[in-house]
Every structure is written in structure tokens, then in C-alpha cells.
Design a protein around this ligand. Sequence first.
Ligand code: ADP
Ligand code: ADP
Ligand code: ZN
Length: 216
Amino acid sequence: MRLILLGPPGAGKGTQAQRIVEKYGIPQLSTGDMLRAAVAAKTEVGLKAEALMRDGKLVPDSVVNAIISERLDADDCKGGFILDGFPRTLIQADATEAMMKEKGIDLSAVISIEVDDKILADRVSGRYTCANCGAGYHDVNLKPKVEGVCDRCGSTHFKRRPDDTRETVVTRLSAYYRETSPLIGYYYAKGKLKTVDGMADIDKVSAEVDRILAGL
Ligand code: ADP
Ligand code: ADP
Ligand code: ZN
């Protein structure tokens, strides 16, 4: 299964990707996570990306295309993968198609998670993750079962992203509408687009995603 998850910041891409990973054992390839790792490691890519990410602007296509092309060659992608947050521009979408053609693999589906703009600031500003295992949480919508303790790994350390502020959501949403939303039409025209109602609670969204995956 080779999937793309599409949706504005805070739609629930990462949350659903983590659940697909657990169920289907295919890796989640998040360009956001990879870029944050590059920033933390102060690599050349990280230094280029840091200020753009903090301001909610997109990192250049050539940078993310190269990261994904290399990542797709790893052994753990042989049985499939979930692209989370990539492609995000038409140039990236064309590059994805070219990469997959060259590697001799097909895209199974693109799942677009649809949500109202007005809830995105709440989703993004309440988001935090386990600093140890990366499990995702939310201040209101998804708290750990025991307060302050990660459900998955038991860690008591959590972190928030520097770009998850109400102010950056505005810039990020503009980038989404300008650069990413055209991909909905792009994949619809290719017969790959599936949509889910991202306003439903997390389990309901997962059930919808499961139904789509079962039909592939
Ligand atoms: P994305 O990867 O699309 O930016 P996330 O999966 O990180 O979004 O979700 C953003 C925040 O919203 C997280 O804190 C997550 O726990 C929460 N969340 C995700 N899906 C839902 C949902 N269907 N209903 C309510 N909250 C959700
Ligand atoms: P979200 O989950 O809120 O949609 P991500 O973690 O996917 O956010 O991305 C965080 C930031 O990393 C983006 O605002 C952007 O600066 C950069 N980024 C991630 N993926 C891409 C991409 N495919 N193209 C360009 N920039 C990207
Ligand atoms: Zn954890």
C-alpha cells in the first residue's frame, strides 16, 4: 500500500498515519518530522529550513524532493509507505510521480482529510507529542489516559513545536490554499482521490480510513 495523506495543518494526517503504521506495519514518511530532525542536527538542510518552518513557510521543493526520493529507496519502504505532508505543491506532486515511475511503483490512493478552517487553530495550538516515542496528543481532544504519562511508552516528557502557534496557522493555511489544495484536483483527475470527514472524532476518522484501505 502506497498512500498520500493530504490536508491542512492540524487536519489529523499525523494522527491517522500513526494508526495506519500500527495496523499495517508500513512506515510513515513525514517531511515535517524529517526536516525537524535536520534542524535539530544542524545539517545543511536543517539550517536552510529552520527560519522558513518557524514562519510557517514552505521549504523549497528541491530540498524535500531529494529527501523523499532517497527515503523511498530504504528497505522498510519495499512493502509500502504513507507520505504524510508530502507532496505539498504541484511541483512536488509531479516529482513524486516521476520518482515512482522511475522506481517502478504505483500510488494506491490519496486520502484527503477535510476539516473546517476555524477549528485548525485549536487543533494546532493544543498539539503536543511524546518526546520519547513521538505519540501525538492534544490538550483537549486527546489526553493521555494517565495525566502526564505517555500511553504508548510511559515517558513523562512531552514537547511542543515552535511553529504550533495561532499566529503561524494563518501563514500555514495560506500556504495550504495557495500551494497544496490544487493537489485535490490533481489527484481527483488521476482517479486516486478519497476524502474523509476530518471533523469527526479520531476513532470515527480511523474507521473511515480503514474502510477506504480495505477497498483498495
Ligand atoms: P496534522 O498532521 O494534519 O498536522 P495532527 O494529526 O498532528 O495533524 O493533529 C493535530 C492535533 O489535533 C493533534 O493534537 C491531534 O491529537 C488532534 N486531532 C487529530 N485528529 C483529530 C480529530 N479527528 N478530532 C479532534 N482532534 C484531532
Ligand atoms: P503540519 O503537520 O502542521 O501540516 P508539518 O510537520 O507537515 O506540519 O510541516 C511543518 C513545516 O515543515 C511546514 O510548515 C513547512 O515549513 C515544512 N514542510 C514540511 N513538509 C514540507 C513539504 N512537503 N514542502 C515544503 N515544506 C514542508
Ligand atoms: Zn511515548
